[in-house]
Design a protein around this ligand. Structure first.
Ligand code: DWN
Ligand code: SAH
Ligand code: ZN
Length: 411
């Protein structure tokens, strides 16, 4: 079994890392398994630290990428209608942007099932996705999207530059934060990006995670927790400039970063404003980090107390959405099938298997609608609006949702 790489210094600047939260022994968040696979299950220590020099929040231990992003990686980005719309809008935004040349070339890092590049392809625009996870890459190909089943990094990016010319846009959603080797990413962008092109990426925002105590954003795949300040510093370190930031409401609150080659664009006012707001909030000060860790423990205690009470009262509790995020919740809070009967999920690849670490059975959503429980713990809380609308009948039948972000409550 491969062992994780231990890190005690910042992956970006080599400054000292101060650990502020230990979420314990955790499994691979997207490795759903059979009963027989339980004895060989992989675990690592999930802990988070902040760099005292550049402010980058990051995991203390790195899980080898081949263990996470493999042939059977189960997450399919097209599983949410809100996300499908978000990515179609994003694609059209690029095609209409000032930095897209007359024959634009759009490259995506972590293109998954082609949810964004599908719209670029439909517009007849040159594109290429980098997607190391084999099955989701194949889903995109079946939609007519061009995909390279490879990790984006300096050598693979340089190959594409040599074969296909420069990219006007290099985009990544919920992927750059998955990649510890940020320097190689920026070198790859340097090799591939056109002089006036843009590197655009969006990831869960540390400001939202702190504000909402959404500690389930912390798991193996999420290595970095970005702020405008830490991304600006990283971009400068690697010869680029952060020229815009935009708040997004998807996935519980994200920031979209627009990066250009140094001197290629005038930074929008939003950059300095956001950095200043982060400084005023003290987003990575020891005080804030201590308070966050205390909030996480409070949410864990409230959630386990609620679930134990419901069990004593003889209520039926199930969970909704076998998210990667929920691995942190179930394993940190010790939720087993005595507290939560099963988890329903629309992903065929997850159904019939057990959740990582906690080993809750994953069942298809029909199981939910054919025998409503008393309570449903919403693991996919970031899709609450979409799911609650779809499952209105559950509420009409007297069912209640349990939420734990920003705090534990029943609705
Ligand atoms: O960053 C990441 C994000 C983009 O996706 C990856 N590292 C892994 C993954 O994280 P996640 O699993 O926490 O993402 P979601 O989008 O919160 O997952 C939703 C899950 O819930 C999926 O398994 C699909 C399922 N689902 C469902 O059963 N019914 C989703 C919806 C919208 C539904 O109606
Ligand atoms: N962009 C999609 C998928 C996010 S999940 C969305 O927002 O929904 C993260 C994806 O990044 C996975 O599909 C994973 O296989 C891919 N990935 C991880 N490391 C990568 C790398 N170095 N280069 C390209 N893709 C990578
Ligand atoms: Zn640092």
């Amino acid at each position: 079994m491969t062992t994780p790489v231990g890190e005690t210094t910042c992956r970006v600047c080599r400054g000292p890392l101060g650990e502020f939260l230990d979420l314990g022994r955790q499994p691979l968040s997207d490795r759903f398994l059979t009963e027989r696979e339980i004895p060989g299950e992989f675990f690592y220590r999930l802990a988070v630290g902040a760099c005292a020099s550049c402010g980058m929040v990051q995991l203390m231990e790195e899980v080898p990428r081949e263990l996470m992003f493999r042939e059977d990686y189960p997450y399919h980005s097209s599983g949410s209608s809100v996300m499908r719309e978000h990515f179609a809008r994003t694609a059209h935004g690029f095609l209409e942007s000032a930095y897209a040349g007359p024959d634009p070339f759009v490259v995506e890092i972590g293109s998954n099932d082609g949810v964004m590049l599908g719209a670029v392809r439909d517009a007849g625009v040159r594109h290429l996705g980098f997607e190391p996870s084999g099955k989701v890459a194949e889903v995109a190909r079946r939609r007519g999207v061009r995909v390279r089943t490879d990790f984006f990094e300096e050598p693979t990016a340089s190959e594409v530059r040599a074969a296909e010319g420069p990219a006007d846009v290099i985009y990544a959603a919920n992927t750059i934060c998955h990649i510890p080797y940020l320097e190689s990413i920026f070198r790859g962008v340097d090799a591939l990006l056109a002089p006036g092109g843009r590197f655009v990426f969006e990831d869960p925002y540390w400001g939202d995670i702190v504000e909402k105590t959404s500690f389930d954003q912390i798991y193996d795949e999420h290595f970095y927790f970005f702020t405008a300040s830490s991304v600006r510093a990283a971009a400068e370190r690697f010869g680029f400039e952060l020229v815009d930031v935009e708040r997004l409401s998807v996935h519980g609150g994200e920031l979209r970063y627009t990066i250009a080659r140094r001197g290629a664009a005038t930074p929008a006012a939003a950059v300095a404003e956001t950095v200043e707001r982060e400084r005023a909030r003290g987003l990575t000060t020891p005080d804030t980090l201590r308070r966050f860790a205390a909030d996480v423990e409070r949410v864990r205690d409230d959630l386990t107390a609620l679930l134990r009470r419901l069990r004593e009262e003889g209520r039926r509790v199930v969970a909704y959405g076998a998210t990667a995020k929920s691995a942190t919740v179930t394993n940190f809070c010790g939720l087993d099938s005595g507290l939560v009967e099963w988890v329903c999920d629309t992903t065929p690849q997850k159904q019939g298997l057990l959740t990582p670490g906690a080993h809750l059975p994953v069942v298809p959503p029909e199981r939910f609608s054919t025998s409503y429980p008393d309570y449903a713990l919403l693991f996919a809380w970031n899709h609450a609006e979409e799911i609650m609308a779809k499952e209105q009948e559950f509420r009409d039948a007297g069912g209640r949702w349990i939420l734990y972000v920003p705090d534990v409550r029943v609705v």
